[in-house]
Design a protein around this ligand. Structure first.
Ligand code: SAM
Length: 251
């Protein structure tokens, strides 16, 4: 898939079309992490900034923010935000020859989603490349365990209403269309787009291979409304989640 064309097309419809992690973060964990790493002397990068939903957290917390995205359309929307300490750059973050300014903090939220595994690894390598020693990155990615659990909840919900698994309309589970290899590779179709999802052990391996030390990995939980239009009242915890990874470049 051509990422630039895809994200340019989403363009101004983005606000409604793309899941808003900041609004949905049920326990408001992201602001806690931003507060923890805020430093008026430090430089930050928003890796795949989109229309700049992270700017209200990053711009006041760091002296300078570099906002990078592949989509000129989304960058032009991001530039409308009022922050004066943000510099914008269009770049393909999977590219091997990017040059970054020394950076203390990188935020990368739902960008490592590409169906081609090698491209996500290339972006993780770029996070390593851009960080100073002792720099930190905060990364949000979709959870494979969560998507599987949501499907189990759906099947359980149907069961409670007397519908057997084989009677569930196939459209309810149409997001698993990548075949066995695709699914084992974490590919689930979100809004018809093949989207990489990660299991926790896979993240441990990928970050270790990228020489980034994971300092925390936890669930960023959302309400069930993010998965189902009208979830029943009894559907409570465990809630669906993305993985939130805090990692550091040690050397
Ligand atoms: C789901 S949006 C997330 C945007 C933003 N981080 C947020 O949380 O609102 C994914 C973003 O990644 C950008 N993106 C996708 N592939 C990219 C690439 N190869 N290089 C740079 N940006 C990319 C898209 O243009 C889009 O803005």
């Amino acid at each position: 898939m051509n990422q630039e064309a895809h994200w340019n097309n989403i363009g101004s419809g983005y606000d409604g079309e793309i899941f808003d992690v900041f609004k949905s973060d049920k326990n408001q964990k992201l602001p806690v992490y931003f507060k923890k790493h805020a430093n008026a002397l430090h430089h930050a990068i928003d890796f795949g900034c989109g229309m700049g939903k992270a700017f209200p957290y990053l711009a006041p917390a760091f002296s300078k923010v570099l906002a990078i995205d592949i989509s000129t359309e989304l960058l032009s929307i991001a530039k409308l935000t009022p922050y004066k300490n943000i510099v914008y750059k269009r770049a393909d973050l999977t590219s091997h020859n990017l040059v970054f300014p020394p950076t203390d903090f990188i935020f990368c939220c739902n960008v490592l989603l590409l169906p081609e595994a090698g491209k996500n690894v290339a972006m993780i390598k770029n996070i390593y490349k851009a960080l100073r020693v002792n720099g930190t990155s905060l990364i949000v990615v979709p959870s494979l365990e969560s998507v599987m659990f949501s499907s189990w909840r759906l099947i359980d919900w149907y069961k409670k209403e007397g519908v057997r698994p084989e009677e569930i309309p196939p459209s309810e589970l149409s997001y698993y269309k990548a075949g066995a290899r695709g699914l084992l590779g974490g590919i689930v179709h979100i809004d018809k787009v093949p989207t990489k999802h990660y299991s926790e052990p896979e993240l441990q391996v990928l970050f270790q291979e990228a020489k980034l030390t994971i300092t925390a990995i936890e669930k960023l939980e959302y309400h069930w409304q993010t998965e189902f239009d009208s979830p029943p009242n009894w559907m409570k915890e465990p809630y669906p989640w993305d993985w939130l990874i805090e990692c550091r470049k040690v050397k």
